[in-house]
Design a protein around this ligand. Structure first.
Ligand code: G1P
Length: 300
């Protein structure tokens, strides 16, 4: 305390919630017996991209919000003793290296079951014991982002400056506002925008802007009491956007026009585009992919 004013304490960001309870109906039949978060982009499952990005932003503790039939996501982050022993015995170092990022510090990943599909807000509320009073990140694994600086790191930097809520935002075509959480924008320096309002999936004519939230958030624990009300919003679901909207004016709240390209892997075209874009970036695959794409491009 100085001059009778309370200093703002910005708590470090160490926790992340990964909502993975969705049924993945858009990818049936592929997702009949496997989680959509296990679908690979090139050779890594979507969930691995989210975890790698979070770690690069300083996240050390993870909570997956799972549902029925999602136990393979828990298995995925366990140590596969037999597999590793076999690879070691056979001298398959490349395979062992590929497994390195899947290993977690003991106790650093937990899972909570969302028993009923009541929406994203409800899924996040299921993590309340894990969160306690701490700030936390949310990564929706459907969205993967190709960028120089990991997207969540860009958000974490903004959080460490402001101490409040930060969401990743990008412009969407006006006719697509009904697919996203949309911002009402205050001051805007081209990179960081002040959030003065939020609406979940508004019709184009009701949208306050065409700046949408994409699947990366840093929130303070103050969101939990709002989520706890379990009020239903758009689609008759408990919406995270509605709870966040109630925090405006109580905590600093900003959108970040992140550097990078986002791929919506919950959509077939976005998923296919991600395969190509990420493969082209890879030193080991880029040249071969470029070569096989050429004839396809020429005949378009
Ligand atoms: C969720 C959020 C929405 C956000 C979107 C980003 O919607 O509710 O506000 O814009 O993720 O991908 P969903 O894609 O789950 O319908």
């Amino acid at each position: 305390m100085t001059n009778g004013r309370q200093a703002i304490v910005i708590k470090p960001l160490r926790k992340a919630v990964l909502p993975v309870a969705g049924l993945g109906t858009r990818f049936l039949p592929a997702t009949k017996a496997m989680s959509k978060e296990m679908l690979p982009v090139v050779d890594r499952p979507l969930i691995q991209y989210a975890v790698d990005e979070a770690r690069a932003a300083g996240i050390e503790q993870f909570c997956m919000i799972t549902g029925r039939g999602k136990t393979e996501l828990v298995e995925y982050f366990d140590i596969a003793y037999e597999l590793e022993a076999t690879l070691r015995e056979r001298g398959k170092q490349e395979g062992l290296d590929a497994l390195r990022d899947t290993s977690m510090q003991p106790g650093s990943i937990v899972s909570v079951r969302q028993q009923e599909p009541m929406g994203l807000g409800h899924a996040i509320w299921c993590a309340r014991s894990f969160i306690g009073e701490d700030p936390f990140a949310i990564l929706l694994p459907d969205d993967i982002i190709l960028s120089k600086t990991p997207c969540l790191k860009q958000l974490a930097d903004a959080y460490h400056l402001t101490g409040g809520n930060v969401v990743a935002v990008s412009e969407v075509p006006p006719e697509q506002t009904n697919r996203y959480g949309i911002l009402r924008v205050g001051s805007d320096d081209g990179h960081m925008v002040e959030v003065t309002g939020l609406v979940e999936k508004p019709a184009p004519e009701d949208a306050p802007s065409n700046l949408s939230i994409i699947g990366r958030y840093v929130l303070t624990a103050d969101v939990m009491p709002f989520l706890a009300k379990l009020e239903r919003g758009a689609g008759n679901e408990v919406q995270l956007t509605d709870a966040m909207a109630k925090m405006i004016g109580r905590v600093p709240f900003h959108g970040i026009r992140y550097e990078g390209k986002r791929f919506d892997c919950g959509d077939k075209v976005g998923f296919l585009e991600a395969q190509i874009a990420f493969a082209l970036e890879r030193e080991d695959l880029g040249p071969a992919v470029r070569a096989f794409l050429k004839p396809y491009c020429e005949c378009l």
